[in-house]
Design a protein around this ligand. Structure first.
Ligand code: MN3
Length: 192
């Protein structure tokens, strides 16, 4: 069974950029519900429960399960793994001089240019979804947004970090101001 991953910082650690109440509800309610429903979807499929989490999503389209179960894994399991990546990408204190920052500058010409492009993707994702920085099978950095709880693993890519633009990620503090949520989120992304 999959369990709610441990959070490495307190609910208030990302204040004022991500508020305590949003963190608590996002983690203990939303992520817990994805976790519970993911496990529920796998109840009758012990062979999938035994798989590595990442392998489930890399092989989602070829899993030997009914279509409804595949959809439940994609949605609830997607919510499970996507939030796991999200919490791991955030920190109250930034890591300095990371290899990733250097690679982003090589690929996108500057951190500012990268941030502008990434923010724009996140802002323009229609409805619920995520913005992603991923590594392609060829080893290149790439960014895109995906709807709902779709996983880059299913597209063959490996996620590096993501930004949640579901309303539940920001509505309590920012209401409809998604752009402000995105701008403030950069302050708590741990990599640079
Ligand atoms: Mn979320």
């Amino acid at each position: 069974m999959f369990t709610l991953p441990k959070l490495n910082y307190g609910y208030d650690a990302l204040e004022p950029f991500i508020d305590k109440e949003t963190m608590e509800i996002h983690y203990s309610k939303h992520h817990q519900t994805y976790t519970d429903n993911f496990n529920k979807a796998l109840t009758d499929f012990p062979e999938i429960q035994q798989m590595e989490l990442v392998e489930i999503f890399r092989n989602l389209n070829s899993l030997n399960v009914p279509e409804a179960t595949k959809t439940a894994i994609k949605n609830h399991g997607g919510g499970y793994i996507n939030h796991k990546i999200y919490w791991e990408s955030l920190a109250p204190q930034k890591e300095e001089n990371t290899d990733l920052a250097r690679e982003i500058i090589r690929t996108f010409s500057s951190l500012d240019e990268f941030k502008k492009l990434f923010s724009d993707l996140a802002l323009k994702q229609f409805g619920s979804g995520w913005a992603w920085l991923v590594r392609t099978p060829e080893g290149k950095l790439k960014m895109y947004s995906l709807p709902n709880q779709d996983s880059p693993y299913t597209l063959g890519d490996t996620p590096i970090f993501n930004l949640d633009v579901w309303e539940h990620a920001y509505y309590l503090k920012y209401q409809n101001r998604r752009a402000e949520h995105i701008e403030n989120w950069w302050n708590v992304l741990k990599f640079f």
